[in-house]
Write a protein that binds this ligand. Structure first.
Ligand code: EPZ
Length: 429
């Protein structure tokens, strides 16, 4: 088992490049199954979830290969099976979204109900309703979704809530359905826009992505194409918050500032200087943050994926902050760990009441999910002493080279195999 050791107290200084978006890549790769011929996705991050998706595509007989330079080649001219392997889909929720393209291409799909970060029930009922609306017969048995369709037909679909995954999944299926599909109450996240741009480049006809109403005109077939993945707005936000939390001075480059407006505004509310350029964001902070309130909402509201990192930052505010989570029912597992580090946080319903303390202190903590891991790294960067973080496998699912990137910003941080006898690990005791 790996551990991350981080010694707090150094303000982060310098600039850091944003990698390609995990969540956009995980929407684009299932859509690549729609196309005959080769797709080349550029700027794909080398992270655990992408490696899982690469294994999954190869497991169904699609040639998929991620090169060291971040180019991912996918040729879905032939798909050998409609059955997705249990162990890969259980490892990552986004794997479930290959069901739709398999259904659209092969007329059937057999995919296990998904796994993924333990932050809530994470149902897929909207995905299944979408399949049924497009004419599929869907059965759930023995933990598998079995779907069959003799050709999908366009439909009007209303989502009960603007689910990112369901929007992307239905959009992907509808591209090869006969006729027009309209998704009402669609998610407006940048990853949906990136997916629509990719599918349109494949020969699809998708209009309205980025709004709550998306129209898809089905076409007979799509072809592989090349596409550059947008920057990862959650990685950018995580580094912005880390810079503010350490009283640092950091420029986050190769990002799209418009994608993190909510994070920028919340940091400014807390008294952090944030300057933005065409593809960079400069964050400078000194002293304790002002207390603020934040409430997670679908885009363009404050993103749920930044709730945990923001909470770490607010543990040292000069007063009491309130952070409310409205998207997931169990996205607070980082709080116990932060309290072990001296934070004063009380959970009241879906709100974390955070009373600022002078300083956190290092402790042994464990990441329960990806963004909790980011929150604990940020807390470690703030704390007095050296924090040991377990659950590194969660962190490596979604952050490319995070310890190297933070070290380049002056952090004292390293990732070691359990028992690896290194001077640093020994020093951390
Ligand atoms: C995507 O997950 C992201 N993951 C999540 O990021 C992100 O937190 C989430 O969107 C919200 O922004 C990827 O893109 C791979 P949802 P997704 O469908 O698509 C409920 C990270 O850290 N719901 O918008 O699974 C669901 O239970 C990850 O990078 C249903 O009830 O999110 C949840 O409460 C974590 N039925 C809410 O909607 C459904 O059929 C939001 O889910 C689908 C969703």
């Amino acid at each position: 088992m790996k551990k991350i050791f981080v010694t707090g107290g150094q303000p982060l200084q310098g600039s850091v490049r944003t990698s390609g978006s995990k969540n956009a890549s995980l929407a684009l790769l299932p859509a690549a199954l729609l196309g005959y011929g080769e797709t080349v996705l550029e700027n794909v991050p080398h992270i655990g979830d992408i490696h899982t998706m690469e294994l999954l595509l190869n497991a169904i007989g699609v040639r998929a290969r991620l090169l060291p330079d971040g180019r991912m080649f996918v040729d879905a001219s032939r798909i050998e099976t409609h059955m997705a392997p249990y162990e890969l889909v259980k490892r990552m929720r986004a794997s479930f979204c290959i069901a739709g393209p398999l259904l659209a291409r092969l007329g059937r799909a057999r995919v296990p109900l998904p796994g993924g970060c333990d932050i809530g029930t994470r149902a897929v009922d909207y995905h299944i309703k979408g399949m049924e609306a497009l004419g599929a017969e869907v059965r759930i048995e023995h933990g598998y979704v079995e779907a069959h369709a003799k050709g999908l037909k366009g439909a009007d679909i209303l989502l009960d809530s603007p689910s990112v995954g369901a929007t992307c999944h239905i959009l992907t299926m509808a591209c090869l359905a006969e006729g027009k599909t309209v998704i009402q109450n669609a998610a407006e996240e940048p990853e949906v826009i990136d997916l629509a741009n990719y599918v349109n480049a494949m020969g699809g006809v998708v209009r309205g992505a980025g709004t709550s109403v998306i129209e898809i005109e089905g076409v007979k077939s799509l072809r592989g194409t090349s596409h550059r993945v947008i920057p990862d707005r959650m990685e950018a936000g995580s580094f912005m918050i880390a810079a503010a939390a350490t009283g640092g001075d950091v420029c986050v480059t190769d990002c799209i500032p418009d994608h993190v407006t909510a994070v920028i505004l919340k940091l400014r509310d807390a008294g952090v200087d944030v300057e933005i350029g065409p593809d960079w964001i400069h964050v400078a902070s000194a002293g304790r943050p002002r207390p603020i309130t934040a409430k997670t909402l679908p885009y363009p509201g404050f993103p749920t994926d930044m709730q945990q990192p923001l909470t770490s930052f607010l543990t040292i505010a000069s007063g009491t902050s309130v952070v409310t989570e409205t998207i997931y029912e169990r996205r607070f597992k980082h709080i116990d760990e932060l309290c072990q580090m001296g934070a004063d946080i009380k959970l009241e319903g879906q709100s974390a009441i955070i009373t600022g303390v002078d300083r956190l202190t290092a402790a042994r903590v464990t990441a329960s999910d990806l963004r909790a891991g980011a929150a604990l790294i940020i807390a470690g960067l703030m704390a007095r002493g050296t924090t040991e973080i377990g659950g590194v496998e969660h962190i490596e699912r979604g952050y490319e080279n995070i310890t190297a990137k933070l070290s380049a910003l002056g952090a004292t941080i390293g990732c070691f195999e359990e028992g690896e006898d290194t001077a640093y690990a020994r020093a951390c005791g």
